[in-house]
Design a protein around this ligand. Structure first.
Ligand code: SF4
Length: 288
């Protein structure tokens, strides 16, 4: 479990840089308040817009940014440091190749999510879809080039691509799989876990897309699923004696949070005598 390599590397770059020079991170480095508070303590500043940045160096988060946004920041005299995850870079390249080959770009994801804004920010025309209704509203094109936000669930993306093909049977629909490997592994592990557990605890930030998707996946297989940000959110009344409890976490959840929740469960297990199940195995890191 623990953080994915993309988030870990971005945090390490922010920490290292802040030790050498004042640094502002543009947007949330991770959707996790515990990690953000620790970075603030180390002197890292955060800004929503390039215009708010007061340090010479600004860092783009693991979610990436459009070339246009980075050029704008450089135009304002800022030194731009990129912590974009290689798997987000892969999604940018896949989309650019589809556009260059003449496909109308469609991104499956959340329109306002920073990663999706980064993916679409350099495009003259594009569509973003997240629901079957969005697909039903798409304008007709002879060729669609589809990618997904890296943290979308595999089944949802496959469903929406299928609906797009049904809606435009004459069109050429080319889908490039850009869902990242850590997300796929966590979704699969959460699926397996929720089928075995009586209660599932999903750890992660309230605004973390992949954590919300994990909650949704677990709820398909288990009725008692609770989303917690820290061990302080845990409640004894969620558990009954002999329950099998599964725990999983979003890709931006710090190891310390996971350890604290596991400790809480171990203490309560002694009190209530419930079993904690095998949790998700650590996900092997993808190469590159
Ligand atoms: S969730 Fe996936 S794409 Fe995003 S930072 Fe982690 S590994 Fe990279």
């Amino acid at each position: 479990m623990g953080m994915c390599f993309g988030v870990r590397d971005a945090i390490a770059l922010a920490t290292r840089t802040a030790q050498q020079e004042p640094l502002t991170v543009l947007g949330d480095l991770v959707h996790n308040e515990t990690v953000l508070a620790e970075l603030r303590r180390q002197g890292v500043r955060f800004a929503r817009e390039a215009g708010e940045v007061t340090t010479p160096t600004v860092m783009i988060t693991a979610h990436g940014a459009s070339e246009r946004a980075m050029a704008q920041a450089r135009g304002e005299g800022l030194n731009v440091l990129q912590a974009t995850c290689p798997l987000v870079h892969f999604a940018h390249r896949a989309l650019a190749q589809l556009v260059a080959a003449g496909f109308h770009p469609v991104v499956i994801g959340q329109r306002d999510h920073v990663e999706v804004r980064g993916l679409t920010g350099d495009l003259a025309a594009f569509d973003v879809v997240l629901t079957p209704e969005d697909v039903a509203r798409l304008p007709g094109h002879p060729r669609y080039g589809v990618v997904a936000q890296t943290t979308q669930p595999v089944a949802k993306v496959a469903h929406l691509v299928g609906l797009l093909r049904q809606r435009f049977p004459q069109a050429q629909v080319h889908y490039r799989d850009t869902i990242c490997q850590p997300t796929k592994q966590r979704q699969q592990a959460a699926h397996d876990l929720a089928r075995q557990a009586d209660v599932v605890i999903v750890m992660g930030g309230a605004h973390s897309n992949n954590t919300r998707e994990l909650v949704a996946t677990c709820r398909q297989h288990c009725e008692r699923v609770h989303h917690v940000q820290t061990a302080a959110d845990m409640r004894p009344e969620w558990f009954h004696a002999e329950d099998t409890v599964g725990i999983t976490a979003g890709t931006s959840t710090p190891d310390a949070t996971i350890a604290a929740v596991a400790d809480w469960l171990a203490r309560e297990a002694a009190k209530f005598n419930f079993q904690t199940s095998e949790t998700c195995q650590p996900a092997p890191l993808p190469a590159g």
